[in-house]
Design a protein around this ligand. Structure first.
Ligand code: GTP
Length: 354
């Protein structure tokens, strides 16, 4: 059968935001550690360039980043993030004021723009970006007005500027990669939710229809026979009533596994309704599909399901219909449905053909 639709364990409860949240805070922690490591390099750089105040500021910065890392580790996420903000805002101000605007300390403030907009969940993005802009322009005006308070030679300022440019490029690329990964994960999760049945991991109804329409068109073009197999757990309501809904769910997962194990690569299998499954079998004439249905029926009948309590005897009824040439999918499904009801009316646990 189509490998995409092998039954999987039930999907975990939807944790869309919490997973993104976890990944986000893990990323912030990585940023804090990376920034602390970079600041060690800055201490060496400023000692070499002869700026003791800036070397000392970087010592404080390392303490702040490690503090932020620890706070997030202890789940004080907002406090940790605030400490990082404080460090960047303060560091860029002190750097710009001490050795001048041309040193490029202010580039780091620009890194906050995507962070504010993307992490914005409460509609504060616009005022925060405006506040950042005001701070940025204010800092520019102040440092231009005062001039460097602890000037370095122009060559040294250039070196600091280049280092900042390289780091901001690298950080922007890393941050963009993180946001891209987050989007891809969210997209994959949405695609899964939209196409798969969460209990059994099989295709849901609409995805089955999309896949089957393509498979049917291909087979009709090639003149290959296509057969539908519709099946339904017998007296499933009794199982729910007797053992509870959770056991009923386990039965459905087990049935999905048996069906998938007995179908071929290229077959399309779906959970069609509550306790109903539908398979489309390309390149399968009616007799071969009936043999498959019979094999599945026997396997289910002969293998009581062990779900922790006493083994539960189960049976399934089947309706099989070969799709006629030029017949559309819905018409063929309706015939398979009729055949299934023949099986039910004739006493269940059997295969009927439309
Ligand atoms: N546990 C569980 N039960 C479900 C689910 N979806 C539907 N059902 C139940 O499946 C039962 C189907 O009952 P019926 O339609 O009366 O069919 P049946 O008892 O299997 O009887 P026959 O089909 O005539 O053999 C209902 O009780 C539904 O509540 C599900 O996802 N999990």
């Amino acid at each position: 059968m189509n490998p995409t639709f092998k039954p999987r364990p039930p999907l975990a409860p939807q944790r869309g935001s919490s997973l993104a949240g976890k990944a986000y805070w893990a990323m912030v922690q990585r940023v804090a550690l990376t920034a602390a490591a970079i600041d060690v390099g800055y201490i060496a750089l400023f000692l070499w360039l002869g700026s003791l105040p800036l070397a000392a500021i970087n010592v404080v910065s390392i303490g702040m980043y490690l503090g932020a890392y620890r706070l997030i580790q202890k789940r004080y996420n907002v406090a940790g993030l605030l400490l990082i903000w404080l460090e960047v805002v303060g560091h860029s101000a002190l750097g710009s004021l001490l050795i001048g605007w041309d040193s490029g300390f202010h580039y780091y403030l620009l890194m906050f723009i995507p962070a504010i907009v993307i992490a914005n969940t409460r509609g504060y993005a616009a005022p925060m970006v405006l506040a950042l802009l005001a701070y940025y322009l204010g800092l520019h005006a102040l440092s231009s007005h005062l001039g460097p308070l602890d000037p370095l030679p122009a060559r040294s300022v250039n070196i600091v500027n280049w280092v900042h440019i390289c780091l901001v490029f690298a950080m922007s690329a890393a941050l963009s990669a993180f946001y891209r990964r987050t989007i891809l994960i969210a997209e994959a999760r949405l695609r899964k939710q939209a196409t798969l049945d969460p209990l059994t991991g099989l295709a849901n109804r609409s995805h089955f229809e999309a896949l089957s329409t393509n498979a049917l068109a291909r087979s009709q073009r090639d003149g290959a026979p296509v057969t539908l197999l519709l099946c339904d757990v017998d007296l499933f309501k009794r199982i729910n009533d007797q053992y509870g809904h959770a056991v009923g769910d386990e039965v459905l997962v087990a049935m999905a596994k048996v069906l998938a194990a007995n179908l071929r690569e290229g077959d399309v299998l779906a959970r069609w309704g509550g306790e109903e499954f539908l398979a489309l079998m390309p390149a399968s004439p009616l007799d071969a599909a009936c043999a498959t249905a019979e094999r599945i029926r026997t396997a289910i009948e002969q293998t009581p399901l062990d779900v922790g309590q006493a083994p539960i005897a189960l049976t399934m009824s089947f309706g099989v219909a070969q799709v006629h040439s030029a017949e559309d999918l819905q018409a063929a499904i309706a015939r398979a449905d009729k055949a299934l009801y023949q099986s039910k009316n004739a006493g269940r646990n059997r295969v009927s053909v439309a």
